[in-house]
Design a protein around this ligand. Structure first.
Ligand code: FAD
Length: 394
């Protein structure tokens, strides 16, 4: 029996045979006869370029299969076959994939349950690689971001993708499968990590991406990643996440609030803006909470980004030189700048990092809104339904 795999198909009942997908496919994986338009599994690399142009959604059809359908079989179809019952191993694997999805849903709860991407965001690729279909990539670099003396060990990990098709957008996450088996003899559940580089790689047009990983005491996966050396293999699934995305609208005001490794997506957002619109001014704000400057990932590089491009507010809770400050204190200090932004339809808020930060952030926004006679709950709900308020906490 073949290993189960996810097969990209076209629903013949919905397809209007406009061939937009065929034109969009960069590698000729889509073909047709007089009856049907079909995807050749041997060629398709799941790049998803064909999904957007399809006017009916027929192209966005998938089946997990033990034995892929040939193109001759697909030419004969009047309708899509039902999902077949698969071997038990597939069932447990799809349960694992669901578990990964529920980790992500849980992380986005603070955004109100129903999350939506910004209207102008690019369309992400999701779930290209799953538990049954993971990929192996190699580590290109592993650099410690926090000072040796700092109480946390946070690493900048660069993953080389070589010729792998693994398209990611800033704000998405990937899953890492730790090697080995758990106490019950089962493979470990994958852990999610945010992408911390822009969509076109650490340097423009390099097929790699970066992660920002904190070593957790006794943590299975974070220790595995933090110990990896250059050229070591790493097993990945994903990408995941289709809402915590940066708007493509350059006029957007982007307010980013994070603690610790929650800075990962904001490094990606900032670099993406630096690459695409280096001359924008006064559009990005960052509120970054950490215990000390030594334990704040990317403290050095962030300091070099001009204030007019990225207004930074570092909130240190254990700095021996200054009073305790948390992200909510930073927000309150900037209340005069934030109050008018909160009611502008071009403002997007992103909160990322420890779950514990949410309450303080909520209180600060409620207070800022109250001071100018605006209701924060209403403002936040309008922003959520517009895809402009995003939370990813874990
Ligand atoms: P686990 O093995 O899962 O253990 C979890 C905790 O339990 C550990 O901290 C440890 O203290 C405790 N523990 C485990 N075993 C023992 C033991 N034997 N004795 C005592 N204590 C024990 N993390 C990042 O670093 N960077 C990111 O960008 C990032 N992005 C994320 C994005 C999302 C959407 C989500 C949901 C999570 C993200 N995380 C991120 C968190 C990450 O997925 C992991 O949860 C984290 O790395 C811990 O995993 P682990 O396998 O090391 O720890």
């Amino acid at each position: 029996m073949n290993a189960p795999t996810k097969q990209h198909l076209i629903d013949p009942e919905i397809c209007i045979r406009c061939h937009a997908c065929e034109e969009a496919c960069p590698i000729g994986a889509i073909t047709h006869n007089d009856d049907n338009v079909v995807v050749d599994m041997d060629i398709c690399k799941h790049c998803m370029n064909c999904i957007g142009p399809c006017p009916t959604g027929a192209i966005d059809s998938w089946r997990v299969v033990d034995q892929p359908y040939s193109i001759d079989e697909q030419f004969e179809w009047m309708e899509l076959p039902e999902q077949k019952e698969l071997a038990a191993v597939v069932k447990s694997a799809s349960e694992l994939d669901e578990a990964v999805q529920s980790l992500l849903n849980d992380a986005h709860k603070g955004a109100g349950g129903v999350t939506k991407s910004p209207a102008s965001a690019a369309t992400p690729s999701v779930n290209l690689y799953t538990i049954n279909n993971p990929v192996t990539a190699r580590v290109q670099g592993n650099f410690r971001l926090t000072a040796d003396a700092a109480d946390s060990d946070v690493r900048h990990i660069v993953i080389e993708l070589a010729d792998l098709a693994f398209p990611v957008l800033e704000g998405q996450s990937i899953g890492v499968i730790p090697p080995g088996l758990d106490g019950a003899g089962k493979p470990f559940l994958p852990r999610l990590y945010s992408i911390s580089s822009p969509r076109d790689g650490e340097r423009p047009n390099t097929n790699n991406f970066a992660l920002t990983v904190k070593r957790e005491e006794h943590g299975i996966c974070s220790n595995h990643i933090c110990e990896l050396d250059r050229d070591d293999e790493i097993t990945l699934i994903g990408p995941f996440g289709s809402t915590f995305l940066i708007p493509d609208d350059v006029a957007a005001n982007i307010i980013m609030i994070c603690t610790g490794t929650g800075s990962a997506p904001f490094r990606a957002f900032t670099m993406q803006r630096q690459r695409t619109t280096p001359s924008i001014q006064n559009k990005l704000m960052l509120f970054f909470g950490a215990r000390t400057a030594d334990s704040l990932p990317y403290f050095g590089p962030l300091g070099k980004v001009p204030e007019v491009f990225l207004k930074k507010n570092f909130c240190l809770s254990r700095d021996p030189e200054s009073p305790k400050r948390y992200v909510q204190d930073g927000l309150m200090e900037e209340r005069d700048a934030l109050a008018p932004l909160l009611t502008q339809p071009s403002t997007h808020i992103y909160v990322c990092g420890l779950k514990a930060m949410e309450e303080g952030v909520e209180e600060a926004f409620a207070e800022i809104c109250k001071s100018v006679g605006v209701d924060w709950q209403e403002t936040r709900s309008a922003m959520r339904s517009d895809g402009r308020y995003h939370v990813e906490t874990y």
